[in-house]
Ligand binder design. Structure first.
Ligand SMILES: [Zn+2]
Length: 506
């Protein structure tokens, strides 16, 4: 019998989960891009002065006047395309750009009283520019002072990560007591997994930091071995080591290492591992244009409030703390990361991000691998949490992927939690169920929340769905602090896991 253990709870992490940090949702991003094209920077009004000026300089000077940059990231072409129809949404805009690029076609634009023809090369530049603006806007959105996130805003996510780490320690102890063998999935695989549909690495960075603090001061297992906690990205990603000045190649850990390290014949330490996947890509990652490998960077130092984890910016002022390490990086700058495999220089436009588009996507092998892993996680989960992730109702591909992933599950057993936010909904009820869900749908208070719930109820059995409208992080906060009990109730509710936490693995 092969090992059939998989994380019991899968958390689908979406834009709604990071809204309280200031990150923009797709809908807002397109509005901002339209404003930027009109030279309207009013949205930066309350921003730190240095950051505000840096962003303006990027748009007005670098992307408009710099002879090299303005060709690579073609802001003028993007503005021309958007000006022909400012009602475009992001989904439509990306689909249109992709269609033109795929067909090798240009774009004829009538604006300001005349027509202008953009050749396909400029459409490619416009798409690069759009992705760059999205990355820079998101990086800017979380900075309260240059280079740093706001401690107070990040705190709930940090506490959440600390408690998750605490729970995985408790699980280790309990699984060991139950006699689960440490070189099997039954022992080493976390009972939770995270699938982030956001490109921002903030939750990941907080979990990394919480793990590091634990690993620096580890718990001892029964035979005197230290416990170490790591993350598996569902594919191999190369990087350079955090906290080291050298640019020597370094790898994120994965399950195969875990299996080796936990070998009973060579006891050295005991590793447990959690899955954290970015099926749509993550800021700071690159596909090397020469060797094709997937690489990333987490910055140079362990500072949980630093924005370095977003990777280098094309403009230094927007990523103040970034230090280029290698000779080539220092020479080329502008967001350069040297590939640790082949030494080729990569730039922000080598960043593989999956955008919502109906055009046929060029397959990106490492992201395909992550998607396969995500399908397996969904297929084998007992409990799926939609944490601020709304099934995009205009993207039928996503909904059908979810449907086919869980089609083999016994629907009467598969449980689902939805955490969404409706500011107009106030009730003492912690979790909406059955009739309360139907009542809420009928009241039709917040259209997008209702649509998300309806989509979820199309896929899952409504009897197995519970809903919170408090949003993230409020769903697990109590008196201004992250509550361990609430996190256990969120991830391992008693009504779904009769044995409670830690879960039983038969
Ligand atoms: Zn390379």
């Amino acid at each position: 019998m092969p090992e059939r253990y998989w994380p019991e709870t899968v958390i689908l992490w979406g834009a709604g989960a990071t809204k309280s940090l200031g990150l923009y949702a797709t809908k807002e991003l397109i509005q901002l891009v339209i404003k930027i094209n009109k030279n309207d920077f009013s949205f930066l009004e309350n921003k730190n002065e240095k950051l505000k000026n840096a962003f303006k300089k990027l748009v007005i000077e670098d992307l408009t006047k710099d002879s090299k940059l303005s060709k690579i990231y073609d802001l003028k072409a993007l503005a021309t395309i958007i000006n022909t129809n400012t009602k475009l949404n992001m989904h439509e805009l990306f689909t249109m750009l992709d269609q033109l690029i795929e067909n090798g076609m240009g774009f004829n634009a009538f604006c300001n009283g005349k027509t202008e023809f953009l050749r396909v090369e400029r459409i490619i530049g416009a798409k690069r520019c759009l992705i760059l603006l999205i990355e820079e806007l998101e990086r800017l959105s979380v900075q309260s002072s240059p280079g740093y996130m706001d401690e107070e805003l990040v705190n709930p996510y940090y506490q959440f990560s600390k408690i998750l780490t605490e729970l995985m320690k408790e699980e280790a102890k309990c699984f060991e007591d139950r006699g689960y063998k440490r070189d099997t999935r039954r022992f080493y695989l976390y009972s939770y997994a995270i699938v982030s549909f956001n490109w921002d690495p903030i939750l990941l960075w907080n979990i990394f930091n919480a793990h590091k603090e634990e690993n620096d001061n580890p718990m001892y297992m029964k035979d005197g071995l230290k416990l170490r906690l790591f993350d598996d990205f569902g594919t191999r990603i190369a990087s350079t080591e955090i906290g080291k000045d050298e640019s020597e190649i370094w790898y994120t850990s994965d399950e195969s290492q875990c299996k080796r390290v936990n070998d009973y014949k060579y006891p050295s330490r005991i590793v447990r591992i959690g899955k954290i996947l970015f099926p749509h890509g993550v800021f700071g990652s690159r596909i090397c244009p020469e060797c094709g490998k997937y690489i990333t960077t987490f910055g140079a130092k362990w500072d949980r409030l630093s924005t370095e984890v977003f990777g280098p910016s094309v403009f230094g002022g927007l990523q103040k703390n970034w230090k280029y390490k290698t000779k080539k990086e220092c020479e080329y700058r502008r967001g350069a990361i040297e590939c640790p495999y082949c030494g080729q220089v990569t730039y922000p436009y080598d960043m593989p991000l999956i955008m919502q588009t109906l055009a046929k996507k060029r397959s990106i092998p490492p992201l395909e691998e992550i998607k396969t892993e995500m399908g397996l996680l969904m297929k084998n989960a007992k409990h799926i949490i939609f944490a601020g992730y709304s099934l995009p109702f205009d993207d039928i591909m996503v909904k059908t992927f979810f449907m086919s992933s869980i089609s083999g599950n016994d629907k009467s057993k598969l449980k689902c939690t939805v955490v969404n936010f409706d500011e107009n909904y106030s009730s003492d009820v912690e979790w909406l169920k059955n009739e309360e869900i139907e009542k809420y749908i009928k009241s039709n208070k917040d259209k997008s929340v209702v649509e998300c719930i309806e989509n979820v109820c199309d896929i899952f059995n409504i009897q197995n769905v519970r809903i919170s409208l408090k949003g993230i992080p409020d769903v697990f906060m109590e008196n201004g602090k992250c509550s361990k009990d609430k996190i256990i109730d969120l991830l391992y509710p008693k009504e779904y896991f009769q044995e409670g936490f830690p879960v039983e693995r038969d």
